[in-house]
Design a protein around this ligand. Structure first.
Ligand code: ADP
Ligand code: SF4
Length: 689
């Protein structure tokens, strides 16, 4: 192969006693699987290794029952009984020649130990950081000695399980070692508290213990938060973080640096651009000669190569980019850059861990399904016979169905009613901060355009008559959904009869035409009973266009589900900064001339606010008219040559974009298998968990 500007990314890197085969480093990240789904965890990591990640890490691994994160599904190494599950993971990573890293963790006051019932441990007495009515107790010298022993034993077991790189972890405001480092958690007056030198003592001791235990054969990595974005109240990259790295400079074999807490480390695209951690991590290589890995949602090979050439990093760290495309390194190596499925920064992956279930990804429908359903991100079985498929609707579900059918060798016709591809993704990507979401459309379209077996048709609204006339063997209806405008949703299960339709503008109108969709002057009220991102974005859009906007929701906070994508606090802060008044725990109770009546969801107490136009963001209805029409003409299918008609995506049941992609993918995977066409809730075959 001729030299490539990306060759530098494929240089081996020495990490202590080991060599990483290249510079692609999958940093520790949660999967929502861990000790509860060990086979699934192992397959997921194996596919990362197969896709070219030179180092593949576990998620955080609880080292002791006093670090019990139940109900979260993290990895676990409480004792030797946990070895088989972790051996599976290490062996799976080694199958493809990658190094296996394990992130040992003790969660200190971050966890209430709900399952083990052990008392949480902390440098000083303090409530745990969840809402559990539990306090951590201050560790005495015997506890400190015990903790050092547990960590040492966990390191030895990790080596026994086959891991190559052992982490000492002080990040995300989640670990005991970081709690000792931070002034706000460590109020001790003994040699483990006070000046940094003392607060650093336990960290240094554990580092030395780990080196003594396994350092002859394993590499020792440190994961350190170098900033918390808290100013003086937290650790700062230009303050104590620098002093810590200077003090320990060459003691670990690798520095894995990031910003804390998790919501800062895994910022979504709505709130940050690729490379958002660079200002905080740039200094690290100046103070250590050991290799440095950092993250920042990197998907661009040019950026990656620049980071190495400029001496910012030695290894490109990735969690989300490796989830969206486990084969990202391999695609760079084999010069298939257009095929990279770039992370869109939506944080749906994060929601898996936060809701204690195996992760899913908007861009990569196979993540989390590698073992359970045997799905591989790059391989799909060819169809037994190349039949003709018609996919109707070019949104996320239709694009994914068409692409996967194409990859299976089908002849595919994709028809879209509008003059543009992408469905809701195209419209939503025009909202403030969501431009990266268009990657979902662009990557798939590029691939579809490469195949002579695919015909793509815009401005082609199909009716039942057209479908019968076309006579394709299989028909997937991916016609999406529309937002309701009648106020019905979670809070009000029936339409609100008092709404004045002349003063209601639905979300679809705003998505299609932007702020101009509201012609009437005067205050706009967004009523959010959807409770995820869209209502807040519409409020932002209107506020940025200079409209007076109020935000009303029956929920006690703005966009509560976005807690799972780590965005809730940022969303609420943004609306506050835009001077959008927030009416929380309020439902709609009446609509008068230029007024809206709200009622407190607890007390029923009423109040009136000014409202010229109401935008209800409550629920969606499937656009399934075409499906209904075809059902009514079922008797004509055979003569037309049609063998199956299925609904996929929002047309079946409106949901996350990730669910629509998954639905389109599942449909295309099942094609030709004789299986019942998979509805979104229908997994098609016996579930193996
Ligand atoms: P999903 O998320 O399920 O993919 P979207 O709403 O994003 O749903 O996309 C559905 C797409 O289907 C839209 O772009 C819409 O214009 C298109 N569509 C709806 N009805 C028809 C039809 N009868 N013929 C062709 N395309 C249609
Ligand atoms: Fe990226 Fe979204 Fe996939 Fe997470 S779910 S990896 S943020 S595309």
């Amino acid at each position: 192969m001729p030299p490539s500007p990306y060759d530098i990314l494929f240089e081996p890197v020495r990490i202590g006693p080991l060599m990483a085969p290249n510079r692609f480093y999958q940093v520790p990240h949660c999967t929502g699987m861990g000790h509860r789904y060990p086979q699934a965890e192992a397959r997921l990591r194996a596919i990362k290794a197969e896709g070219g990640w030179g180092v593949v890490s576990t998620q955080e691994t609880e080292i002791h029952p006093s670090s019990d994160l139940t109900p979260a599904n993290e990895a676990r190494l409480w004792d030797a009984r946990d070895l088989p599950a972790l051996r599976l993971v290490a062996e799976a990573i080694h199958e493809h020649g990658s190094l296996a890293a394990i992130q040992l963790a003790h969660n200190g006051l971050h966890t209430a130990n709900r399952h083990s019932r052990a008392l949480p441990l902390a440098p000083s007495p303090a409530p745990v950081d969840s809402n559990d009515p539990v306090q951590a107790r201050a560790m005495d010298k015997a506890d400190i000695a015990a903790f050092r022993r547990w960590h040492r034993e966990a390191a030895l077991r990790a080596r026994e399980a086959g891991f190559d790189i052992i982490y000492v972890y002080a990040g995300h405001d989640m670990t005991l070692l970081q709690h000792f480092l931070l002034r706000r958690h460590n109020h001790r007056s003994d040699e483990y508290g006070g000046p940094l030198e003392n607060r650093l003592r336990l960290f240094r001791e554990v580092l030395t213990d780990t080196r003594d235990a396994v350092g002859d054969s394993c590499a020792i990595a440190v994961r350190l938060a170098v900033d918390e974005l808290l100013g003086e109240a937290g650790i700062r990259h230009d303050g104590e973080a620098r002093e810590i790295i200077e003090a320990l400079a060459d003691e670990p074999d690798l520095w894995d640096v990031n910003i804390s807490d998790w919501a800062n480390d895994s910022q979504s695209a709505r709130f940050s651009q690729e490379g958002y951690q660079e200002p905080y991590t740039r200094f690290v290589k100046q103070v250590t000669s050991k290799p440095v890995v950092g993250v920042g949602r990197y998907t661009s090979p040019d950026t990656m190569a620049r980071l190495i050439r400029s001496g910012h990093l030695d290894l490109i760290g990735a969690a989300r980019p490796s989830i969206a495309d486990p084969f990202l390194p391999e695609k760079i190596r084999s010069d298939r850059l257009e095929e990279i499925r770039e992370c869109i920064g939506c944080n749906i992956c994060v929601s898996g861990d936060n809701t204690n279930v195996p992760m899913r990804c908007t861009q990569n429908p196979t993540i989390g399904e590698e073992w359970r359903r045997g799905w591989h991100p790059e391989r799909v079985a060819p169809l037994p016979a190349p039949e003709r498929h018609l996919v109707i609707g070019g949104g996320p579900a239709g694009l994914e169905a068409a692409l996967t059918l194409m990859r299976r060798g089908a002849e595919v016709t994709l028809a879209e009613a509008r003059g543009e591809w992408g469905g809701r993704v195209t419209r939503e990507s025009a909202l403030p901060g969501l431009a990266a979401w268009a990657r979902l459309r662009d990557g798939r379209l590029w691939q579809l355009r490469q195949s002579a077996r695919v015909s793509l048709h815009l401005e082609s609204p199909l009716a039942a008559e057209d479908v019968l006339e076309l006579g394709h063997t299989h028909v997937a209806i991916a016609t999406g959904a529309r937002w309701r405008v009648d106020g019905a949703g979670r809070r009000h299960r029936l339409p609100l009869a008092f709404l004045d339709p002349a003063r209601v503008v639905g979300p679809d109108a705003l998505l299609a035409r932007g702020a101009e969709a509201i012609a009437a002057p005067g205050p706009v009220v967004i009523y959010d009973d959807d409770r995820f991102y869209l209502a807040s974005l519409l409020a932002e859009l209107l506020a940025l266009a200079g409209r007076e906007v109020a935000f009303v929701t029956p929920a006690p906070v703005v966009a509560p589900w976005s807690e799972h994508t780590l965005e809730q606090a940022r969303i609420q802060k943004r609306l506050i900064k835009l001077d959008v008044p927030l009416y929380l725990s309020r439902e709609l109770a009446g609509m008068g001339a230029a007024r809206l009546t709200l009622a407190c969801t607890y007390s029923g107490r009423r109040e009136e606010i000014a409202c010229a136009t109401l935008v209800p963001v409550t629920a969606r209805l499937p656009e399934d008219g075409l499906w209904q029409a075809l059902q009514a003409r079922r008797g004509e299918w055979e003569e037309a040559g049609i063998r199956s008609v299925s609904r996929v995506g929002d047309c079946l049941a409106p949901g996350l974009i990730a669910a629509a992609v998954q639905s389109g993918h599942a449909y295309a995977r099942a094609a030709g298998s004789g299986e019942k066409p998979p509805l979104r809730e229908d997994y098609g075959h016996v579930q193996r968990i």
